[in-house]
Design a protein around this ligand. Sequence first.
Ligand code: ADP
Length: 405
Amino acid sequence: MTGTRVLVLNSGSSSLKYQLLDMGDGGRLAQGLVERIGEETSRLKHTPLRAGASAASRERTGPIPDHEAALKAVADELGLDGLGLDSPELAAIGHRVVHGGQRFTEPTVIDDAVLAEIERLIPVAPLHNPANLTGIRTARALRPDLPQVAVFDTAFHTTMPEAAARYALDTAVADAHRVRRYGFHGTSHAYVSRATARLLGRAPEEVNVIVLHLGNGASASAVRGGRCVDTSMGLTPLEGLVMGTRSGDLDPAVIFHLARVGGMSIDEIDTLLNKRSGLIGLCGDNDMREIRRRVDEGDERARLAFDIYIHRLKKYIGAYYAVLGRVDAVAFTAGVGENAAPVRAAAVAGLESLGLAVDADLNAVRGDGARLISPAGARVAVAVVPTDEELEIATQTYALVRKTN
Ligand code: ADP
């Protein structure tokens, strides 16, 4: 293997996100997004990122019928920057795959058997795995000779003990339908827990961290010595924290009630809980910037939505404190966690007796890198740690192909 570049692909049902990284120095060479694949109004936005290439983004719109056409368009754009996918510099393609079930505990070089196994997991990940598979098949068709690696969102959570991973359901029914808690956002939780240890100047094996990944989707995890011991998402990404459009935890009987008394179908309830609940259901907005703006203007609905969001978050911090016993750090990450100082302050307010506090001045500082926001000498570090799932996928992909080549 001579090349050091890795292309990271994250394919959704109608989108394809990509980044090209050079693992020689970890630098990003290009990134972009194809949206509305299969529609008349598809759009590709490509951004070269290195000096030497034109720095401005390029956009094209017009029909891109399928993922194959999308990847070819991406390859053309990269070619214009001298970064074509036929280059010997390209060492591998790393694919984000949402669901790896119990089988995939590590990044895995893709072959026909692995593809079949990802396909077998479609019943537990009907929204995500089919799109991920399409991306893999398309990339394999374009560069059949190139190693391709699947990096699973669930993998980091496969270390959860059975006591955390199982629901209290009839075991035979649960096993027959593979109903258990898998957890998601694992690539981010893995990256951020390690980056937090680095920020503390300690080895990941030595530290216990609560990671709060707060994006539009949101999840918490309890990480003991680098290994996940609990996480808030479950069979699907619906469980746990209040999210942009998802309800997170609720009494499962709400579903029976809505069906029997509300006359709603299962599909309608599915849409309600996944797309019309959480912050958007509570107050009509799912963007934390807009919610904070409304709160500052005295909007009661926005205030209540914010309070419900924080109440749930605080409950998970307390729960994972109890799960871990000793906590060295709480790390905030993703769009909300990295940017919304009021969320961070409110989430740990009143937890001083647990050793948790935020320094108002440090919390207010805007910055790109990992940083501490707890007062000097605090028993538990509170940190803002930007996540980088693409870098993590590229790093895992490159490490695996170097080992196997
Ligand atoms: P995802 O990857 O789940 O789509 P992100 O991690 O990109 O989400 O987070 C997106 C969310 O981050 C937005 O919906 C918004 O609520 C929040 N966000 C982004 N920037 C800010 C900001 N400056 N202040 C507060 N919230 C922000």
